[in-house]
Design a protein around this ligand. Structure first.
Ligand SMILES: NC(=O)c1ccc[n+]([C@@H]2O[C@H](COP(=O)([O-])OP(=O)(O)OC[C@H]3O[C@@H](n4cnc5c(N)ncnc54)[C@H](O)[C@@H]3O)[C@@H](O)[C@H]2O)c1
Length: 389
């Protein structure tokens, strides 16, 4: 006999509007869709109100696929929709500023994909607007929410790695390594895209701050090796976007490190990794094996087996687990976004702060400041002491 489901258990919901329907539009909408069955204890569940994008055919198909109630072809209308309480900005980099600013002006809670703005001026203006909006805000630095990265932070904060001496972190991709690759195939050469530093280096910088603390000075080199690229139609374009960045940084704690980002590292599709060395132990993580954290804490090990232990970060007592995945059953890359958005929903529901686990717009601004200082260091061949506003 067919029986209707008891909806008593369904929790209050919050209205979501997603701007942009490309890669990130899919990933964030997928994350909202998973929320209800992934985390029975979330205090507010997302209700997909509307998606926005300029191409009506594409945005309407996207909205239908993910179960949004409707769609807009103008993001201004999405922000003005009274049912949209959280504006999730997954649009292209050049559109972040205007739409995030408008959402803040209208007092909406706002999530903005990285990079927060195209330049420091945009980031500063967004931080200023956030101070008047009274709403919650997050820059989407999703790697903070990979369980192994969170475990690394928990171990550091519990003092088990000791005082940190050194971090080595990198984000390597390879779309541009071949000088003959056409500009259309190299994402950072496309006009709507930023360079490698803002595109993926921003993640490394944010993650190193999340793990080791604030960065106080930076030196280093930034390079574009392939300054001309041919287009598929045979014409050629001049490329000004950076391809490879190597920063030497000093943290407020006294720790030092190297942070690298590259779009020309042949062999690597998406290698995001860090190693951290402290007075008591060390940690090692690679996104290519994202359910594991390598941990070495000699004083917690017997001498005969001292060295790295590969920890499967999938136990129920580990941070950021999903109740329906038993131990040893791995989470995928998209779960960083699932956990990030779940955290934001909890902050909205309980009026708690997005920091320290989530990155706010202030973090988005600080990461931009560090990136600007690295470019300056490269141009002037000097170390730059960073002064944050
Ligand atoms: N955090 C991550 O893991 C991660 C990964 C990839 C991309 N990103 C960031 O996410 C954002 C989106 O990237 P993407 O790869 O999904 O797509 P993209 O950069 O190709 O952006 C295209 C999307 O933006 C929309 N858009 C552009 N201008 C618009 C406008 N004026 N009004 C409405 N919509 C507009 C397009 O319709 C399309 O849906 C970028 O800022 C990118 O840097 C983040």
């Amino acid at each position: 006999m067919f029986k209707t489901v008891d909806k008593e258990y369904l929790k209050p919901s919050v209205g979501i509007g997603v701007i942009g329907y490309a890669f990130m539009g899919h990933i964030h909408s997928n994350a909202y869709s998973k929320m209800r069955y992934t985390f029975p204890e979330v205090s507010l569940y997302p209700e997909l109100i509307a998606a926005a994008g300029r191409n009506e055919e594409k945005v309407s198909a996207f909205a239908a696929e993910f179960g949004f109630k409707g769609y807009y072809t103008d993001w201004n209308e999405l922000i003005a929709d009274p049912d949209v309480e959280i504006v999730d900005n997954c649009s292209a980099d050049p559109n972040h500023f205007a739409s995030t600013l408008e959402a803040l002006k209208q007092g909406k809670h706002v999530i903005c994909e990285k990079p927060l703005g195209l330049d420091l001026k945009e980031c500063e203006a967004l931080v200023e607007a956030s101070q008047y909006s009274g709403s919650k805000h997050m820059t989407c630095f999703n790697y903070r929410f990979i369980p192994a990265a969170r475990l690394a932070r928990d171990l550091i904060n519990a003092g088990r790695i000791g005082r940190i001496y050194h971090i080595r972190a990198c984000y390597y991709q390879s779309p541009g390594y071949d000088p003959a690759a056409s500009a259309e195939k190299v994402w950072y050469c496309r006009p709507e895209r930023v360079g490698i530093m803002q595109g993926i280096g921003s993640h490394v910088i944010d993650l190193s701050r999340f793990l080791v603390g604030e960065i106080k000075s930076v030196g280093g080199l930034s390079r574009t090796f392939n300054t001309n690229r041919r287009m598929a139609d045979g014409s050629s374009i001049r490329v000004k976007k950076d391809e490879l960045n190597i920063a030497t940084v000093e943290f407020e704690s006294g720790a030092i490190g190297t942070l690298e980002s590259s779009g020309i590292s042949v062999g690597y599709r998406n290698r995001n990794e860090f190693e951290i060395f402290g007075t008591k132990g060390s940690l090692k993580f690679s996104l290519e094996d994202l359910n594991h954290l390598d941990v070495c804490i000699p004083e917690e090990q017997s001498a005969d087996i001292a060295g790295y232990t590969r920890v499967s970060v999938t136990e129920p007592f580990h941070p950021l687990q999903c109740l329906y995945l038993p131990r040893g059953h791995n989470q995928g890359w998209e779960y960083g976004h699932v956990h990030a958005l779940r955290h934001f929903l909890d902050c909205v529901a309980n009026d708690t702060t997005v920091e320290p686990y989530g990155a706010t717009l202030i973090d988005g601004y600080r990461v931009q400041k560090i990136m600007d200082c690295l470019f300056e260091a490269s141009e002037t061949e000097k170390r730059i002491n960073i002064r944050y506003k």
